[in-house]
Design a protein around this ligand. Sequence first.
Ligand SMILES: [Zn+2]
Length: 357
Amino acid sequence: MTMLARPVFPFSAIVAQEEMKLAMICSAIDPTIGGVLVFGDRGTGKSTAVRALAALLPPMHAVVGCRYGCDPAAREALCEECQTRAKSETLKDRLVPVPVVDMPLGVTEDRVVGALDLERALSQGVKAFEPGLLARANRGFLYIDEVNLLEDHLVDLLIDVAASGENVVEREGLSVRHPARFVLIGSGNPEEGELRPQLLDRFGLSVEVKTPTELHARIQVIKRRDEFERDKSAFVAKWKKQDDALRRKIVAGRKRLAEIVLPDEVLEQAAKLCMQLGTDGLRAELTLIRAARGLASYEQAESVDVDHLRRVAPPALRHRLRRDPLDESGSTVRVERAISEVLGAVQSPGAAELPGA
Ligand SMILES: [Zn+2]
């Protein structure tokens, strides 16, 4: 079966929304950051951005016939079926696009995690497992539109699986496990009810997207969307160069991630920032550091510096703040204030390049 790829709106052609784009790119470089929660009104291109990013990434090698799309090169991460087969045959592989799986509202748990056929197990003694959406999302993206409308226990489950990289289904003493590594992208519409704080802070990053208020940006959004709708292939071709360059940067960033140096003084600043904001636990620091490292790697730096911290701090921290009855300013404002208190004010652009500076 050949899959004809439908033209997808190019990631590079997305106007503004820099924070969202950066958060998604960092997550694609380091999926252990813990996914991205995107807050914003309808029609701000949240789902477009996920699809665009997945389409931008290079196709993956996947084992032919594997229901989980195992990576033949990652021996230690193979599913049980591939492990068994690898003992007696050479696993064939093929190239597949990076999956984006949509989580429909009102979905059942069986559909998400997969279903064990207990009847067949009892009558025929075979472990019959019908993989669910988590199997399809392996090595790709799982997108939940309006995450606040999904049942809490499902959101909890998705975050658990995303964090462990493995889906375990247990029914009546039977159990099946399979790899399920994916980047969770949730979209939240602030008008549709709130997400429990306990769930909120389990997402790695959170970003806010808005319809551009600046005239020029608005016109760009409409122009590009219209151009894309009229001739999708031509529009994709026009942006190919930018998308190719971005792909190379992401691929290089993934390769270099493990080599990025994290100096103690940066770690110390990250901890100070979290203490200043009173975030609970160590998850905030860990996410902040990982996101900063992802950004450093993306930008081909050798080590993480304070500027990387400064730029990822708002998306890494703003959803982890406890409500302060004495401070009614928004969470972004509070994070930014803490950044300038702990990390100092931002240098004016270009100041670092001044001779003798
Ligand atoms: Zn497999």
